[in-house]
Write a protein that binds this ligand. Structure first.
Ligand code: DP6
Length: 366
């Protein structure tokens, strides 16, 4: 039986750590991730617990780097005192989510209250590119909080450390739970995967087939605007959704099939499930109450062209979408030039303007 941590394992008493009296400068970075099986919907009655288990690839180029200057307070504040910047510019619009994160993690890291936090984040991907920064952003924050604990003398080792970082990140944003290790992460309890947990993400117990050793993800940046409906709202809408039950059953089947394909090296089966997941996510949005569409005409053009091209050439290149219009193209490294040629033909203006990120799945040696 794999070792599971409970919520209590992560609790920390207020007296477990004594405040330091020096100003601390910490920095941490965390990668973004792309879900292969999507997290869509939270369990009612819990805090940030997923309705279904999700599986993701961790990315190597798209990441968030965060610095924090921590000034000791005379008296710990009831609420964490902080300000938050992106690329040195104040972002008061980030404050509510950050305040909620600090509040939720307090029982597990009460020492955050000893300091005033000046947080400055930088994303490697272009701002407003539609790439969710909440996954890498909250994973970087969780790493900072863990680092602070270590500086104050809390030892943290191995699996416990990764699990607690993921647990804290999850309380900021669900998908952030998966941004704490690589190359594949599993978050959410599913009995087919005894190592899995709703509380934190884990590396699944199976090994990836060598044909998944060097996977590329070219992220095609189709829409730079702000999403009309947030993922957080999307997660809420699933509760009254007419297809809720079908979604749960399908996610479970898809997870099993995808895990199988990753182990056997079956790119075709991998692609079939990957694309079915992406289209189901967007179909759920289109059939929510109220319904909404996040794809753009270019999203569909690229998907249709990719599928035609694949039927003609047999190349193992497949798409997925997150909650937005951008398209992620996943393929083995050998297909890279062919993918750029496809992009150039299908969306020439976007290609000429460099509106894509040639990312790759992060492996332990990156
Ligand atoms: C479609 O993690 O952004 O990208 O937990 O409310 O912060 P919150 O939501 P978030 O949802 C991500 C949804 C998704 C699928 C996925 O990443 O699994």
């Amino acid at each position: 039986m794999p070792k599971h941590f409970t919520q209590n394992d992560f609790l920390l008493s207020e007296t477990a750590v004594l405040p330091g009296n020096e100003v601390l400068e910490l920095q941490a970075e965390a990668p973004s991730n792309i879900a292969l099986v999507k997290y869509w919907g939270k369990k009612s009655g819990g805090v940030q617990l997923p309705m279904n288990a999700s599986l993701s690839f961790t990315l190597s180029r798209s990441k968030t780097q965060t610095r924090a200057r921590l000034t000791p307070l005379e008296k710990p504040a009831g609420q964490v005192s902080f300000d938050v910047r992106l690329d040195s510019r104040p972002r008061p619009d980030f404050a509510p989510k950050m305040a909620r994160f600090f509040e939720r993690i307090t029982p597990y890291a009460p020492y955050i209250h000893f300091y005033r936090w000046e947080i400055d984040s930088h994303n490697s991907f272009p701002h407003g590119s539609g790439i969710a920064s909440s996954a890498s952003g909250f994973a970087a924050m969780a790493r900072l909080v863990m680092q602070l604990g270590e500086q104050l003398g809390l030892a943290c080792n191995g699996d416990f450390c990764v699990a607690k970082t993921s647990f804290l990140a999850r309380l900021g944003s669900g998908s952030a739970a998966r941004s704490v290790a690589e190359p594949v992460m599993l978050w959410g309890r599913d009995d087919n995967f005894p190592e899995s947990s709703d509380l934190y993400a884990v590396r699944p117990a199976f090994d990836l087939h060598p044909s998944f050793d060097d996977v590329r993800d070219t992220i095609v940046l189709i829409d730079r605007g702000v999403k009309p409906v947030s993922s957080t709202r999307g997660h809420e809408l699933i509760h009254q959704h007419p297809f809720r039950k079908a979604r749960l059953e399908t996610a479970r089947k898809n997870l099993l099939a995808l895990a199988g394909a990753l182990q056997t090296g079956d790119w075709e089966a991998f692609g079939r499930v990957l694309e079915a997941e992406a289209l189901m996510l967007h179909a759920l949005m289109a059939t929510s109450n109220p319904p909404y569409i996040l794809m753009q005409p270019e999203t569909l053009r690229l998907i249709r062209d990719l599928q035609d091209w694949r039927n003609r050439t047999g190349r193992p290149v497949y798409f997925t979408l997150d909650a937005g219009a951008n398209v992620h193209l996943l393929y083995p490294a050998a297909e890279h030039q062919a993918v750029l040629d496809l992009l150039k033909n299908t969306l020439p203006e976007l290609y000429a303007a460099n509106q894509y990120i040639p990312d790759k799945v992060k492996s332990g040696i990156d």
